[in-house]
Design a protein. Structure first.
Length: 299
């Protein structure tokens, strides 16, 4: 069983015919036929039924297909690893909170694209819990998230920077007239929850004892939508300060005189068994430098 035979097999499946597979692989149809026949003889099975209107995979072909694809993929990865001589390369599928994607990571993405052109980045914004679970099960290679510093099973993590949180309201909200706020002032106000599922919301609500008897919670997945809702007076919101700095500066939002009792940090996490991946190592190093420079420029 050779890789070229498996490639012929998967290409026939993909294109639906021996002729189209030959054109895709830039070889003759008899070559494709010979490779498929050799593969069938080596495995002792029939992979395709020849029908009047085309071909159809047998049950043996269906069973072989995922293994064939995995072997081809691993072979290609091995070839690239050898030819790149340790230079970061390949595709990284990354999870991130929307607030980090929009307000922290764009300079990092730009840096990676210029510094490591052989690394292809794919960034997906989802909440922290889903991101970290997806890293553990292999759907994501790594993730940026905001959370407390704590051990995370199966993951390596590094802290990139503290992420200050600020309670904000619209300029006409009644709480903006207070010199100080008690917990009851916070818990009796409508809470607008930006980035539903963000871990700092859970920490915040647990610290104040939120439950179903408290004021309503308006859940929004969009940071921008949450800022507009707060500015219009619908409620108050606890958000990363970096996401509202412009609105605080021009008066569209007002900082309320209240601070959380916990601290959270922007962090980067990846699977422990992925620690030797040169692309992940390069991203960790670049993230530490870019975020550090960004924080320094804002202080």
């Amino acid at each position: 069983m050779e890789t070229r035979q498996l490639l012929a097999f998967t290409t026939v499946v993909q294109t639906g015919s021996f002729t189209k597979a030959a054109a895709t692989l830039n070889c003759s149809q008899p070559t494709i036929t010979t490779r498929i026949k050799a593969l069938e003889e080596g495995l002792g099975v029939v992979l395709f039924r020849r029908l009047p209107r085309g071909i159809q995979m047998t049950s043996a072909g269906v069973e072989l297909l995922p293994f064939a694809r995995n072997i081809i993929n691993l072979t290609e990865k091995a070839r690239k690893a050898i030819t790149m001589n340790g230079e970061p390369h390949g595709k990284l599928v990354i999870g991130s909170a929307q607030s980090l994607t929009d307000y922290r990571l764009l300079p990092l993405i730009e840096y990676m694209c210029w510094r490591y052109p052989s690394v292809q980045l794919s960034l997906h914004s989802r909440n922290a819990l889903n991101n970290l679970n997806s890293v553990r099960d292999g759907q994501l290679d790594c993730a940026f998230f905001i959370g407390a510093i704590e051990p995370r099973e199966g993951l390596e993590t590094t802290v990139l920077c503290p992420e200050p949180l600020v309670m904000v309201a619209g300029p006409n909200h009644m709480l903006t007239q207070r010199q100080s706020l008690a917990e009851d002032d916070i818990t009796s106000s409508t809470l607008i929850r930006a980035e539903n599922g963000a871990s700092y919301h859970e920490l915040f609500e647990h610290s104040l004892g939120y439950d179903d008897t408290r004021a309503p919670v308006l859940e929004l997945d969009s940071v921008d939508a949450a800022k507009r809702a707060v500015a219009s007076g619908l409620g108050i919101a606890l958000m990363p300060e970096v996401t509202v700095s412009s609105e605080l500066a021009d008066g569209r939002l007002v900082r309320l005189p209240w601070s959380p009792t916990f601290r959270v940090y922007t962090q980067f996490g990846w699977r422990q068994d992925n620690s030797t991946n040169p692309a992940v190592t390069a991203l960790v190093s670049a993230a530490a430098q870019v975020v550090s420079d960004q924080v320094a420029s804002l202080t």
